[in-house]
Design a protein around this ligand. Structure first.
Ligand code: TXA
Ligand code: MG
Length: 305
């Protein structure tokens, strides 16, 4: 069901779960001070309780209310990039329940760049926890139709138009020896190091996010990546005589990110195809601006040849 922002406000205020648009992907939002609403996020998404949620704030002042110590380095990044696709991880204080952080001593915080989401947080005066509005491990939704496909009859959604970025926020954590990117996003390592000159910014080689599994963002049909050409003979025999749909990425990495999840959903829905292929994957692995897309493709795929 599509609802307007006034209905969304009332539902959120009363401890319900509502899907809201952000600039990255649609989220499944609930106020962080309502235990039942937070539980409903986990059950609706079928998300394991060991995978913590990001809390969404209206700005730096609100973020500071929920951490036990603030970092001036991360603060300067928030000043530059909030509202926007940057999530910071900091030690939590007692106002954030361990239900939200899955028992971890840290909390992930971001300020989303969408007027409807920001208005909800400001009117409620409380952060909203919000994972992407998809079943656990599946492709994130980037428009209202995707949310309806996923949760029609279960969670109401506010239509805020298609998401302008299309993939999830960059998650970073500060350590003694520099910054670590826990999940790459459209905000790249260069953007970050420009704000804090001299800092080392490392991308985690493997996904060690709590709850992060090798496979994530998975479309309903298998996605198979080919480094160069499509070589049908490499496929398992049960796929060799089946038809496939080809994922065609836009040459522009920003547009490719925006369209990626929508394309995967569309190809998965087609009755013509049994699986999806992407050729010339190697070319994307060579360019740093494609890092977040390569990350999603690797996790969404079932094999690479
Ligand atoms: O763009 C986004 O970040 C979207 C929109 C809705 O804001 N949200 C999103 O949430 O992608 P979700 O739950 O689908 O992914 C959040 C990731 C999870 O992989 C989780 O493990 C990680 O953030 N995370 C949450 N809290 C963390 C923490 N304290 N330390 C490290 N990772 C954390
Ligand atoms: Mg997600």
């Amino acid at each position: 069901m599509i609802i307007d922002k006034n209905q969304a406000f009332q539902l959120l205020r009363d401890g319900e779960v509502v899907s809201l648009p952000t600039e990255t992907v649609y989220g499944l939002a609930a106020r962080i001070d309502h235990e039942k609403a937070i539980s409903k996020i986990f059950t609706t998404k079928e998300r394991p309780s060991f995978d913590p949620l990001i809390i969404h704030v209206s700005g730096i002042d609100m973020a500071k209310e929920f951490v036990s110590s603030w970092s001036s380095k991360l603060g300067s990044l928030c000043e530059k990039f909030w509202p926007g696709p940057l999530t910071i991880v900091l030690p939590k204080n007692s106002k954030v329940s361990s239900q939200i952080t899955s028992g971890q001593p840290t909390v992930a915080i971001r300020c989303p760049d969408h007027p409807i989401f920001l208005e909800m947080i400001q009117k409620l005066g409380v952060p909203l926890a919000a994972p992407s509005a998809n079943k656990f491990g599946k492709t994130s939704p980037t428009c209202v139709e995707h949310v309806l496909e996923e949760f029609e009859g279960k969670v109401p959604v506010v239509d805020g138009g298609p998401c302008k970025l299309g993939i999830e926020s960059t998650i970073i954590q500060l350590h003694d020896d520099g910054l670590e990117v826990l999940r790459p996003g459209t905000l790249g390592t260069k953007d970050i190091s420009q704000i804090i000159p001299g800092i080392s910014v490392q991308l985690r080689e493997k996904n060690h996010l709590p709850g992060g599994l090798e496979n994530h963002y998975q479309p309903a049909k298998p996605l198979i990546l080919f480094s160069k050409e499509i070589l049908i003979e490499k496929l398992p025999s049960y796929l060799q005589d089946k038809s496939y749909g080809e994922l065609q990425l836009n040459e522009n990495h920003s547009l490719a990110a925006r369209e990626l999840y929508g394309q995967l959903r569309l190809l998965s829905k087609s009755t013509e195809y049994s699986f999806i292929v992407l050729k010339n994957f190697e070319q994307y692995q060579k360019k740093s601006s494609w890092t977040p897309i390569v990350d999603r493709l690797l996790k969404a795929s079932s094999s690479i040849f």
